[in-house]
Every structure is written in C-alpha cells, then in structure tokens.
Design a protein around this ligand. Structure first.
Ligand code: PLP
Length: 422
C-alpha cells in the first residue's frame, strides 16, 4: 500500500524509528525554551544546526582547563591543547574516511574551503580560456570565488542546468566536459532545494577526462555518511556549524598529492618551516594551509560533534531524516495554495515552499509568532530563484532533533498564514 504521494507507510514508520529524536533533542539545551510564548520549533538547520551539550562542554572545558596556543609550547597546557586539536583532526579524518589526517585542513568553513581551492589551485593551474563546471543550484560561495578568478585569469564558468523537480541534467553535464575543463565544482546537497546530486557518477565522468572534482558538502555532511574515497572527490569542503559543531571552523579535505603541489593560500606563522629575508621554506601538510593561530576551541568542538554523530550513526540519521522529510513533503504538499520548490526523487531534509496567499517573509513572520524558526529569502542561491522565476521561498530544514510534532506544528501555523492572508 502507498499513500497519495507514493509513500509506503511501513517504510515510513521504519524510517521514523531509526533514531529516537525525542530523546536526542534533550541533548540540545537551546531547544528547551519558548519563543513568543510557544515551545520553540527549530526548522532552520540548513542555516546552522543547534549544538549538543557535549559540544558546548568541550569548548568550555578547553577554555577552562587547557587554553594555550598549539604546536608552539613545551609546557603542559600547550601540549594538552595540541593533543586535543590534533585528536579532533583525526576524528574528522575517520568520519570522512580520508586516507591521511594531514589532508584534513582546518578552515573557517565551506566558504573558505572553496576560496582556498579556487585561489591556490586555480591560480596555479588555470589558463585563459579554461572552464570550470558548476551546477545551476550552487550556493553563492561556489560561484563567486570561481567568477573572481575567471575575471582575473579569463576562466569561463559552465553551468549544468536542472529540471523543474530540481534534478541535474546529467547528459548536459557530460557534454560540457571537454578539453578546456579544468575543474568540476558541485554542491552535494542543495541548500535551497534539498536535491542530492549524483556526485559519484559526476566524479567518475570527470575523472575519465582527467578533470579534478571539488564537492561542496556543507549540506550533506550532517545528514548522510560521507566517504571521500568512495565518492571519488579530490577536494571536499564543509562547515562545523552545520554539523552540530561550532561556528568559525570547517574543513577542507584534499588529496595529499594535489595539496602538496599547491601554493599556500595565506601566509605567516605556522605555515613555514624556515624564514630568512631571502627565502621562506613552507611547512608540510596540513600546516602549509593553516597560517596563524587557528580556531583551537572550534576544532575541539568540531571533534566533539563528530564523535556525537558517530555514536548515533550517520546511516541511521539519514534514514530518519529521509522519512521525516517525506512525511513533511506529504503534509505540506497536501495544503491547497502551498507549492513545494524542489521535488527531486533523491532529496534531503529541506522543504522549500511558496504560497499563493503570502510572500515568504510574511510566512516567516507568522511562523515566528508561533515559535517556529524557518528561513525565508533566496538562501544565497539567487540563480535557483531565477530558475523558478521567484524571488524567495520559505524553507523548513531538518536536523536529527526534529520530529513529526515539529512538522505538525508547521502545518498548523501555515493554516494560520492562510487565515491571515488568504
Ligand atoms: N554551500 C552550501 C550548500 C551552503 O548551504 C552553505 C551555507 O549555507 C555554504 C556553502 C556556505 O557555508 P558557510 O557559510 O558555513 O561557509
């Protein structure tokens, strides 16, 4: 038996039992509060996730007991800080199944990871007339760095289009790959549509022509198992704050032989082996790309977030969130006057929608009055909005702490939007 939108109720129930979200949400102290007199319903995890107590404790513990600069001191505090900072790097390596921990470069977030590769790899290897392939559903941070480089060097952006459901046209991607292609840089899961792109297939098509592949994993890393070797990527960037870790820290993973051959992105302390006024010898990976004092507390908090996710299990989280997304898509899709934007067959926990009755910002305001946090706007993906000829959507995005109760509260508040504006 299936429901109106093709769901199998037994599979749905099975997915919703994959984790105990009611219990897990108690790990997140911020969720236990009222907003505008209503229990907080947090549906904005694609913008940033909330933090479990273990992550908050790891940061407090670092500043309370171990604060010192890393890699620079023989004293005990510096050694403790360095050990914890490097242990977190190893936790990230394990989480993404990277071959070497020296390939895990701490950056500020996905944005910095993408800028690092565009700037360092691009400046070294790109020539006028070369092409970088992106998709039509990129976040601005995977468009602008290539565009800036394009203006400087004369590199052209090629854009893979997508259909009305928000699915990439793979045959067009394949036909774009050519002699001038120097990089394929694609979003794994779209933040505006939720589409999960077939990046493994895209990577093998690109590699068959000797083209490296960069993945923007900002939205996929918190929601599904990521194995960088299995995906076949060459560079992968993601942000700590979208995976239950702190803001200000993220990771660029890259294959060691590529990173080794690339010039530094920023320079100063830590990234050098020796400096004279005549010459500087750069440090080995990862230090070559980590100039200056890093976000030590952030890295340690990220390590705690990774361990938290590992203990729950990414495959179980993916099953749960998929079921919850299907539940939400069915409930929202059945409200007259609500249109879902992004209906790909393979999609993650993002429910972007527009309403006949109200503009996205008005929807957001009414939902906030009901204690419900959603994002409204273009979601830093203006080309996606242009594709659908709209200026904005309201976006409910899911995390492991959301439940069907949150979706039901959202639906009730949307009924209120229709009452007020309809
Ligand atoms: N890429 C995608 C798909 C995103 O959703 C985001 C943030 O929303 C980013 C990149 C940029 O991430 P950050 O602002 O953490 O650098």
């Amino acid at each position: 038996m299936t429901t109106a939108t093709g769901q199998n109720p037994a599979a749905l129930a099975d997915g919703l039992n994959a984790i105990d979200a009611h219990r897990l949400r108690r790990d997140f102290p911020i969720l236990n509060q009222e907003i505008n007199g209503q229990p907080l319903v947090y549906l904005d995890s694609a913008a940033t996730t909330q933090k479990p107590q273990v992550v908050i404790d790891a940061i407090v513990d670092y500043y309370t007991r171990n604060n010192a600069n890393v890699h620079r001191g023989v004293h005990t505090l510096s050694q403790r800080a360095t050990d914890d900072y490097e242990r977190a790097r190893e936790a990230v390596r394990r989480f993404i199944n990277a071959p070497e921990s020296c390939e895990v470069i701490y950056v500020r977030g996905t944005t910095e990871g993408l800028n690092l590769v565009a700037s360092s790899y691009g400046r070294k290897y790109f020539k006028p007339g070369d092409e970088v392939i992106v998709t039509g559903m990129e976040h601005h941070s995977n468009i602008v760095p290539w565009q800036i480089l394009g203006k400087e060097i004369g590199v052209k952006l090629r854009v893979v289009p997508f259909n009305d459901d928000g699915e990439l046209l793979l045959d067009q991607f394949e036909s774009m790959l050519g002699d001038r292609t120097r990089m394929v840089s694609v979003v794994h899961q779209s933040n505006a549509l939720g589409t999960v792109n077939p990046v493994k297939t895209m990577a093998s098509l690109a590699h068959a022509r000797g083209v490296p592949v960069m993945l923007d994993a900002a939205q996929s890393i918190p929601h599904m198992p990521i194995d960088v070797q299995d995906l076949g990527a060459d560079f992968v960037a993601f942000s700590g704050h979208k995976m239950y870790g702190p803001t200000g820290i993220g990771v660029l993973w890259g294959r060691a032989e590529l990173l080794d051959a690339m010039p530094p992105y920023q320079s100063g302390g830590e990234m050098i082996r020796s400096v004279t006024f005549e010459e500087t010898i750069y440090n080995d990976l990862p230090a070559k790309f980590e100039a200056g004092t890093p976000d030590i507390a952030g890295a340690i908090g990220l390590g705690a977030a990774v361990e938290y996710l590992e203990a729950i299990g990414m495959a179980r989280i993916a099953r749960y969130e998929h079921a919850l997304m299907r539940y939400g898509a069915e409930r929202l899709g059945s409200i007259a006057g609500v249109r879902l934007v992004g209906t790909a067959a393979n999609k993650g926990g993002v429910l972007s929608f527009i309403m006949d009755a109200a503009h996205a910002h008005d929807i957001g305001t009414i939902l906030d009055a009901a204690g419900i946090a959603v994002r409204t706007g273009h979601h830093c993906a203006q080309p996606v909005m242009a594709r659908y000829e709209i200026s904005a959507t309201a976006r409910a995005s899911l995390g492991l702490y959301n439940t069907t109760d949150d979706i039901d509260a959202l639906v009730k508040a949307i009924d209120r939007v229709i009452e007020v504006f309809g």
